[in-house]
Design a protein around this ligand. Structure first.
Ligand code: ATP
Ligand code: MG
Length: 275
């Protein structure tokens, strides 16, 4: 049994068949297994966030079936969906979704309240997660006092702290410089090696190349589903990046290389930002 199975899923905004119809998902079928590290890649408006909202039980399809861990999602009440989410999924949202009136550590601890984690343990777990992304020094600050990249890291800590078997991340490196982005990917890879299923949304071929499976979406449809080494866009970009990394003399040779058919940055496997 797959962890995730969606069958012919549609998400239609506006009025179907009318001029204002938007097929954000247009007949998508997909299976994701336990322990996978999947990148969902596509251009802006292709349906990536809609897909994550669907996979994350934050939204329900207009049509089609979704099974999470064998549980049919379509017939669930909002309360049941919320329960499924809080026990199984850690989210990193595209817009961070931090609550401005709470401190950084309280933001990180918030999903743990839904998980009914013992109140005495929440602070410690929040701090540990913040340490993993090197932002524990801001634990008592408010999100508005942080830079975009720092807020992004708090959002990542919030997902890590849930210790969920699945992490869904929508553009988790979008607001980060490339070095911090590589480190964040390193954290996701480490979580994956420890058994967490990772679903990573990106529009960046270099990021997708770090996953084990790349699903490419366009106009609400899956147009390819392969290992990064077999994805034609990634391979052509990889060749260009390697050529420029080795050729322009500004990047140390060896910082970027091709490994098992995909671009690999030295340090991408490092455990945390502090390493
Ligand atoms: N609530 C909504 N009402 C109407 N249309 C919507 C709504 N949400 C999304 N859409 C449309 O659905 C399509 C897919 O949107 P989605 O947010 O999934 O794209 P995306 O791939 O995540 O893009 P980006 O890379 O810019 O985040 C877009 O055409 C968008 O305008
Ligand atoms: Mg999006």
């Amino acid at each position: 049994m797959s962890l995730i199975k969606i069958e012919n899923v549609f998400k239609i905004y506006g009025d179907e068949g009318c001029e204002n119809e938007v097929r954000a998902l247009d007949g998508v079928s997909l299976e994701i297994d336990y322990g996978e590290f999947v990148a969902i890649i596509g251009s802006s408006g292709s349906g990536k966030s809609t897909m994550m909202n669907m996979l994350g039980c934050l939204d329900v399809p207009t049509r089609g079936e979704y099974y999470l861990d064998g549980i049919p999602i379509r017939e669930r009440t909002e309360r049941e969906l919320s329960d499924i989410r809080s026990r199984r999924i850690g989210f990193i949202f595209q817009g961070y979704n931090l609550i401005p009136s709470l401190t950084v550590w309280q933001n990180v601890a918030l999903p743990m309240t839904y998980q009914k984690v013992n109140p005495g343990d929440r602070y410690q777990r929040a701090i540990e997660a913040l340490e993993k992304v090197d932002i524990a020094s801001k634990a008592e600050n408010r999100p508005t006092q942080l830079s975009g990249g720092q807020q992004q890291r708090v959002a990542i800590a919030r997902a890590i702290a849930t210790k969920s078997p699945i992490i869904m991340a929508d553009e988790p490196t979008g607001a980060l410089d490339s070095k911090t982005g590589v480190q964040v990917l390193g954290i996701l890879r480490q979580l994956n090696e420890e058994g967490t299923t990772i679903i990573l949304i990106t529009h960046d071929n270099g990021i997708a190349a770090q996953a084990k499976r790349v699903i490419r979406v366009q106009d609400g449809r899956i147009i390819s589903d392969s290992a990064p080494g077999d994805d034609p866009f990634i391979m052509s970009q990889t060749k260009k990046e390697v050529a420029s990394a080795v050729g322009d003399g500004t990047t140390p040779s060896g910082a970027l290389r091709v490994e098992n058919g995909r671009a690999a940055w030295a340090g991408a496997r490092a455990g945390g930002l502090t390493q």
